[in-house]
Design a protein around this ligand. Sequence first.
Ligand code: ADP
Length: 319
Amino acid sequence: MKRIGVLTSGGDAPGMNAAVRAVARSAMSAGLEVVAIRKGYSGLLNNNMFLMEPKSVSDILHRGGTFLQTARCLEFKEEAGVLKGVENAKKMGIEGLVVIGGDGSFRGARDLSLHGIPTIGVPATIDNDISCTEYCIGYDTALDTAKDAIDRIRDTCRSHERCSIIEVMGHGAGYIAATIAVACGAEAAIVPEREYDLNEIIENIKKGKKNGKEFNLIVVSEGICDVIAMAKKIEDETGIETRATILGHIQRGGSPTVRDRVTATRMGIHAVELLKKGIGNRVVAVKRDEIVDYDILEGLNMKKDFDDEFVRVAKMLSM
Ligand code: ADP
């Protein structure tokens, strides 16, 4: 293999730049040329690509987002789109590809592999919801950002003796909500994987008020309920002023943490190692802190159990 490509696809995550840098520099160290593809699979379809130099990835390691930009490309979900992508990749001399993204992006990576372009998926999403890996690039930074925001909410919440409902991201998974509830000392974590009882939460808030508790924090994973309506109900039933804050996209940005930079670097290097051996159709993953890889379809079919330890811990420690 003489020339490989790299792209970022799907939702962005802090640490994607560190992964691109590791792919580019480790490939160049091994004598490979690297083509950067902009805006996910659309760049492959529109020939929006450029040949990288070592300095193309200078000064990006610590930046959030993805300097290659990302996109959702519907055309690539069709067979004709994949064939056009293969043709363009071949014209550009790309013999292998690294795709940094989520499950959807890995389906595209599998299609490319099956059509003769060995492609490796690298998992990046703040939601940590990719089943085949214990860790996804971006998760730690998103947790840190949510932690900073909730600590600030806690300050004002305490001053005013309020209750705060904080909606965090998660994309149908409760990893961020459960972990951040423990890290920020929330009274409850409401996650999609487990039933919740709002009346029980309200009773606990009332009990806390009687015992002199000055404020309450409740963390809710996105998409479960209308947090503004929930805040109103809690306020009506407890008589405690209650506010809802939706953290939203703030959690997707920012300079990646050490864990995200290092994991992204290890994964990027691993992806290039596979391509150097001519191996494609694999997804890189973390297993017990080791970097491993799986067949993409096998990886897509894996199930990751939600451990509700943190949901229970948040509840147990709220007094
Ligand atoms: P993520 O990779 O974060 O899961 P998406 O599901 O939006 O994000 O997928 C990103 C891109 O991957 C899509 O816009 C599309 O170009 C490509 N993709 C998604 N699903 C498929 C599929 N079934 N076949 C081929 N390509 C796909």
